[in-house]
Design a protein around this ligand. Structure first.
Ligand SMILES: Nc1ncnc2c1ncn2[C@@H]1O[C@H](COP(=O)(O)OP(=O)(O)O)[C@@H](O)[C@H]1O
Ligand SMILES: [Mg+2]
Length: 275
C-alpha cells in the first residue's frame, strides 16, 4: 500500500529498508536515558521515520512520558520477553505521529529472574524484534539502570549503544563498566555491536566541574561524544507529567532544540554507517 509513497530520492538515501536498533543504556539511574529515548524518538519520527520505543525498564517511565495509559499496558515487554505474546501484540500508538511504544509494567522486574530459566535467555528481545519488528526504521530501547539480563537483551538485540552521561564526578569510571560490558557482549553474542555515541546530559554551563568532566570525556572518547549537549532545562523535566515529549510540550524550549540537534547528529552518523 505504501510502496507508491517511497520516492526514489528517499530510497537512495536509506537504501533498501534498513532498520537500526539503538539501545539507550547506562547502568546509573537518573542520567537522562529515558528522557533521551523519548525525545530522540520523537525528533526522529518528526522527519517521517517510523520509530518504536521499547520500554525495558520496570519503572515504565518511557511509557508514562509518552502518555501511554496504564489500561493500554496489559501486553508489555514482559510478555514479549517471556514469549507469551509477539512483539506486534504489545505495540501501542503514541500521540506522536509515526511513534509507537512497547510499554513496560512492574511485572518486568520479575523477568530479570524468570528469564534465567528460559532457553536463549539473552536473545529473546532480538528474536522478538526479528519476528515482528520490521515495520520500523528505528527502534530505541530504553534500558533499566543496571547491567543485568534485561540490559543484556537490549545489547544483544541492538546494532549500537547510545550512552547518556551526566557530566559529574566519576562519570568516566561509570562508563568504563558499560564499555567492558559492551566488549563482552561483542565477543559472546553480538560481534557487530557498536558504540553509537555518548551524549552529555543535564549540562550546566555555569558549573566548573561539569566543564572539566566534559573535557575529560571528550579527551578520552573523542568523536564518539556528540557535539550537541543537552542543557539542564526545566521544560524537559516538566514534560513527562503531561505525558508528552518536550518537543510537543514546548517546542521552543532549549531542551527541545537540543534534542532536535542531537537527532540530526545521530541520523547523520547512522547514514554514514549505511554508506
Ligand atoms: N536535560 C534535563 N534537564 C532537566 N531535567 C532533566 C533533564 N534530563 C532529564 N531530566 C530529569 O531528570 C530525571 C532523570 O531523568 P531520566 O531520563 O528519567 O533518567 P534515567 O532514565 O537515566 O533514570 C527525570 O526527572 C527527568 O525529567
Ligand atoms: Mg529511565
Amino acid at each position: 500500500m505504501t510502496e507508491s509513497l517511497i520516492l526514489p530520492s528517499q530510497a537512495d538515501e536509506a537504501g533498501p529498508h534498513r532498520q537500526r536498533i539503538l539501545a539507550i543504556s547506562n547502568q546509573k539511574g537518573g542520567v537522562g536515558k529515558t528522557t533521551t529515548a523519548v525525545n530522540l524518538a520523537t525528533a526522529i519520527a518528526a522527519v517521517h521515520k517510523k520509530v518504536l520505543v521499547i520500554d525495558l525498564d520496570p519503572q515504565g517511565n518511557a511509557s508514562t512520558s509518552l502518555g501511554i495509559d496504564h489500561r493500554n499496558r496489559t501486553i508489555s515487554t514482559y510478555q514479549v520477553l517471556t514469549g507469551e505474546a509477539p512483539l506486534s501484540a504489545a505495540i501501542v500508538a503514541s500521540a506522536v505521529p509515526g511513534l509507537s511504544v512497547v510499554p513496560s509494567g512492574v511485572d518486568l522486574a520479575a523477568a530479570e529472574i524468570e528469564l534465567i530459566d528460559l532457553e536463549n535467555r539473552q536473545a529473546r528481545l532480538r528474536d522478538a524484534i526479528a519476528a515482528h519488528g520490521d515495520a520500523f526504521d528505528y527502534i530505541l530501547i530504553d534500558c533499566p539502570p543496571s547491567l543485568g539480563l534485561l540490559t543484556l537483551n537490549a545489547l544483544v538485540a541492538a546494532h549500537a549503544v547510545m550512552v547518556p552521561l551526566q557530566a559529574e564526578f566519576l562519570a568516566l569510571e561509570g562508563i568504563s563498566h558499560l564499555a567492558k560490558t559492551i566488549e563482552r557482549v561483542r565477543k559472546s553474542f553480538n560481534p557487530t555491536l557498536e558504540l553509537q555515541g555518548i551524549v552529555l546530559t543535564m549540562v550546566d554551563g555555569r558549573n566548573k566541574l561539569s566543564e572539566a568532566v566534559e573535557s575529560d570525556v571528550r579527551g578520552y572518547y573523542g568523536a564518539k561524544v556528540y557535539k550537541t549537549t543537552i542543557p539542564r532545562n526545566v521544560r524537559i523535566s516538566e514534560a513527562p507529567s503531561y505525558g508528552k515529549p518536550v518537543l510537543l510540550y514546548d517546542f521552543q524550549s532549549k531542551g527541545a532544540r537540543a534534542y532536535l540537534d542531537l537527532a540530526g547528529e545521530v541520523l547523520k552518523r547512522e547514514q554514514g554507517v549505511a554508506a
